[in-house]
Write a protein that binds this ligand. Structure first.
Ligand code: AMP
Length: 215
């Protein structure tokens, strides 16, 4: 099964993708994660993307689509893909069709996580992750049970994304409205879009997604 999680930054795509990975052995393909890894490693892709990401703008379609194609080629043919943060433009949506076709895959579901934009800035600017295992936390909503120690792996170092500041978040939301939200009708016309209330508690969002996947 191949699915897209679509929604603005902070809607919970990454969290839900990780849960699908754990439950179903699917693979999360997050272009944001791939780009951050490239920036960290200082590859040519990373050098091209770094400043654009810091501004909260979108990197080039060609660059992210190449990353997605490579990742799909590296995973087993039977493993389902969860596209998280891709596609983000109409051009990427079109390219994804070609990428999937060429590999004998098809899109089964596009799950739209709808959220109240006002809540997103607080959600995003408060979030941080364990530097060792990547578990997500939040200043207001989910602190580690023992302060300074990761609940999952016991790690004691945490990190925040450089683009999770209020100013960049506003640019990222504007990019979403202008370039990403308009791709929904493409998938609606195919009858594969399901909408989930991303403001519900995380477990309820997960349950709603499970129901869609079983349908
Ligand atoms: P994300 O982790 O999905 O919030 O992405 C972080 C940043 O990486 C975005 O603000 C963009 O600068 C860049 N990025 C991630 N995915 C894409 C994409 N599909 N197309 C263009 N830029 C992307």
């Amino acid at each position: 099964m191949n699915i897209i999680l679509l929604g603005p930054p902070g809607a919970g795509k990454g969290t839900q993708a990780q849960r699908l990975v754990e439950r179903h052995g699917m693979r999360q393909l997050s272009t944001g994660d791939m780009l951050r890894a490239a920036v960290k490693a200082g590859t040519p892709t990373g050098l091209e993307a770094k400043a654009v990401m810091e501004r909260g703008e979108l990197v080039s379609d060609a660059l992210v689509s190449a990353l997605i194609g490579d990742e799909l080629d590296a995973m087993g043919e039977q493993t389902g893909a969860i596209f998280d943060g891709y596609p983000r433009t109409a051009a990427q949506a079109e390219t994804l069709d070609g990428i999937l076709n060429a590999r004998g895959r098809k899109l089964d579901h596009v799950i739209e996580l709808s959220v109240d934009e006002e809540a997103l800035v607080e959600r995003i600017t408060g979030r941080f992750t364990c530097a060792s295992c990547g578990k997500g936390y939040h200043d207001t909503f989910e602190q580690p049970k023992v302060p300074g120690t990761c609940d999952k792996c016991g790690g004691t170092e945490f990190k925040r994304r450089p683009d999770d500041n209020a100013e960049t978040v506003r640019t990222r939301l504007a990019e979403y409205r202008a370039k990403t939200a308009p791709i929904l009708p493409i998938y609606e016309a195919r009858g594969i879009v399901s909408k989930v209330d991303g403001m519900s508690p995380m477990d309820e969002v997960t349950a709603a997604i499970e129901t869609i996947l079983k349908a």
